[in-house]
Design a protein around this ligand. Structure first.
Ligand code: SIN
Ligand code: NI
Length: 267
């Protein structure tokens, strides 16, 4: 990996994350690192993100338009592996959550131009899908190219992470949370549209309600997501694609397994 591990969030950024459930981290990594990750993403997926590697057979038709996604690039590419499992990235998640963290997963999330069939990422939380007994999951979403708001940067309902869980919105026939929980949009302020530069990140808590508009440009939106969770989280036993094939995980026990290493502090 070219030089430059992630910078740490400032005290103000940590406070913003804890209060609002999301934060914009300009220059989380140097743009040269983003560009290197982009080159490797294109090697895996093709220059227009035509190749997907996604283990989500139950997708609705609207979900299928949200992303060309590629699960776990860190398993097949050493540059993603080094970045995703770096102590520096774990340190960022640790400082935001204020606790020891484990690595959860990584994913390339490419949003195709609307003219090529790409759609909005509808309003949802990530938490209802996870087999975790407690809150405290940080999703670090790094822009691999300059991503202006109209290309589909995320919007968040500030403070919604403190309000509870609102269901598996992405699988609800009624559509997204605007239909099932309209009151949230009066109660929580919506984050502003963000213009991101390559190497900028947004981080959101898995309980924060979020969305991304369709990509109104004519180029694919290249983003790379890594996720971290509280190291003391216990496994609930609920089915999940990241845990189904790991018989060593025991309900009501922590995720003490090499697939979910403690990312920071490293023992
Ligand atoms: C997106 O990449 O459009 C949204 C990512 C997320 O839902 O966490
Ligand atoms: Ni999400």
């Amino acid at each position: 990996m070219s030089s430059g591990s992630p910078r740490l969030p400032t005290q103000e950024e940590v406070a913003h994350y804890r209060d609002n459930g999301w934060v914009h981290l300009p220059n989380l990594v140097p743009s040269s690192v983003a560009t290197q990750l982009l080159e490797h993403a294109k090697t895996l997926m093709g220059g227009e993100a035509e190749e997907v590697k996604s283990n989500k057979p139950n997708r609705t038709s609207s979900q299928r338009t949200m992303w060309q996604d590629y699960d776990e690039p860190s398993k097949s590419d050493p540059v993603f592996d080094e970045f995703a499992h770096s102590e520096g990235l774990g340190h960022v998640a640790h400082d935001l959550l204020g606790r020891p963290v484990r690595y959860l997963q990584d994913q390339l999330l490419v949003k195709l131009p609307a003219a090529k069939g790409g759609g909005a990422t509808t309003w949802h939380q990530d938490m209802p899908y996870l087999p975790f007994d407690r809150s405290g999951v940080a999703h670090i979403w790094v822009a691999l190219i300059d991503i202006p708001a109209e290309m589909g940067t995320m919007r968040f309902l500030s403070g919604s992470q403190k309000q509870g869980l609102f269901g598996r919105a992405l699988h609800d026939d009624k559509g997204d949370l605007t239909a099932t929980h309209p009151e949230l949009f009066d109660e929580c302020e919506m984050s502003p549209p963000l213009d991101l530069r390559a190497g900028d990140a947004t981080v959101h808590d898995a309980a924060t309600v979020h969305f991304a508009p369709p990509n109104a440009t004519d180029a694919p939106r290249w983003a790379y997501l890594t996720a971290f969770f509280r190291a003391d989280t216990l496994f609930t036993g609920a089915p999940h694609r990241d845990t189904n094939a790991i018989p060593e995980l025991i309900p009501n026990k922590p995720f003490d397994h090499p697939r979910f290493p403690v990312a920071y502090p490293v023992r």
